[in-house]
Design a protein around this ligand. Structure first.
Ligand code: PMV
Ligand code: MG
Length: 360
């Protein structure tokens, strides 16, 4: 039996803007994992097992006379897509395909169906790609895993920056810029998968960051689930109408995150905290012009409590639920802050940044 794992992630800054090229975001990988194990099947049929994934509801939308099921929150879709794509890659290497059983074990999805929003669809994609490559004895680099995972994930979700995939593959703190999706689509119709993953992808930038000493990351969970793909559908639909305002948001977010990256490079915690607060404001404005709720009241509570203890806080990811993050320095009374959170129905998550061992 072989087992591979991939960590969950959290956005620190640059959300929504990172969907466009040349707009950086900062993310971290956290020490909660999805593990995928593969054993060769004893018969001619295989299976996929998971303790945590039992689908008791589905989402659908009406398109004219038809009800269309939205499968983007279904983990099995990501697993199947990762298997198909990675096997296609293996076939191109003239590997003989086999039948197997696949077991998935996820810290990111609790048995009672509660999700913290730590990127479980990205992590399950990455863990599956790695497990399949290992099963077929294909040597892999982080870059190969990122590229195969990004293509499989995108073919299910249809939107998204793949920043969560990068965090899950590279670990630690990263600065990320997405690739040119139109270019990739075209390449995939004209070239083999092996050729496409060997190419440099225009726009893609993944840079490892070192956090300043004494800087701390706190994570609070709003206890409310949110759907990233549906929020991104809405903001995508508004892009054309918002035109200038949208472009302004992109430009301001870009500036803010680049300054934050400077903060990491200079080891300047105050500069990082300042940009967290700036990014919060930009996202509040973005929510307003899109008429969506990013910073819901529970998340505002989380942020305001953290700010009252001197932390710099904002929503993490698409918002509308899930988590908020706080950057603190040595002055912050973390125990007291977390106690206040609990009193207000925000659960502090005892997570740590997960470093992945370096593979080119
Ligand atoms: O809510 P999360 O943690 O899945 O983050 C979504 C971040 C977005 O920028 C809104 C979407 C994306 O794919 O980058
Ligand atoms: Mg989210």
């Amino acid at each position: 039996m072989i087992t591979e794992q991939a960590p969950g992630k959290l956005y620190i800054a640059g959300e929504y803007a990172v969907l466009e090229q040349d707009c950086p975001a900062i993310l971290v990988a956290v020490n909660q994992f999805i593990r995928v194990s593969i054993t060769k099947s004893k018969s001619s049929t295989g299976s996929i097992h998971s303790k945590q994934y039992s689908q008791d509801s589905i989402h659908w939308v009406r398109r004219g006379a038809k009800m269309v099921i939205d499968n983007r929150d279904n983990p099995f879709e990501y697993i199947l897509s990762a298997i198909n794509l990675t096997e296609r890659f293996c076939l191109e290497q003239h590997i003989k395909l086999r039948v197997y059983d696949l077991h998935v074990n996820s810290d990111l999805d609790s048995a009672d169906g509660k999700k913290y929003g730590l990127g479980s669809s990205a992590a399950v994609t990455v863990a599956t790609v790695k497990a399949i490559l290992r099963f077929y004895n294909v040597p892999f680099s982080n870059e190969l895993v990122y590229k195969l995972s990004a293509i499989s994930h995108y073919s299910v979700q249809g939107n998204g920056s793949a920043g969560d995939i990068a965090a899950s593959v590279y670990g630690g703190w990263i600065a990320y810029q997405t690739f040119d999706k139109k270019w990739l689509k075209r390449e995939l119709t004209q070239k083999s998968l092996s050729e496409v993953v060997d190419e440099a992808w225009p726009g893609l930038k993944i840079q490892l960051l070192t956090p300043p000493e004494g800087m701390n990351l706190l994570i609070g969970w709003s206890q409310k689930p949110a759907s990233t793909s549906r929020l991104v559908d809405e903001t995508n639909a508004n892009k054309a109408a918002l035109n200038v305002e949208y472009k302004q948001f992109l430009q301001q977010s870009r500036k803010c995150v680049l300054r934050m990256i400077d903060g990491f490079e200079q080891g300047n915690i105050d500069l990082i905290k300042m940009q967290i607060r700036e990014n919060r404001k930009l996202l509040q404005h973005f929510a307003q012009i899109n008429q969506i709720a990013i910073e819901i009241p529970r998340l505002s509570k989380l942020i305001n409590i953290a700010e009252s203890f001197g932390g710099a806080a904002k929503t993490s990811g698409a918002g509308n639920g899930d988590c908020g993050i706080v950057i603190t320095d040595e002055q912050t009374n973390i125990n007291e802050l977390e106690q206040q959170w609990r009193k207000n129905n925000v659960l502090p998550l005892d997570l740590h940044v997960h470093q992945v061992k370096l593979m080119q």
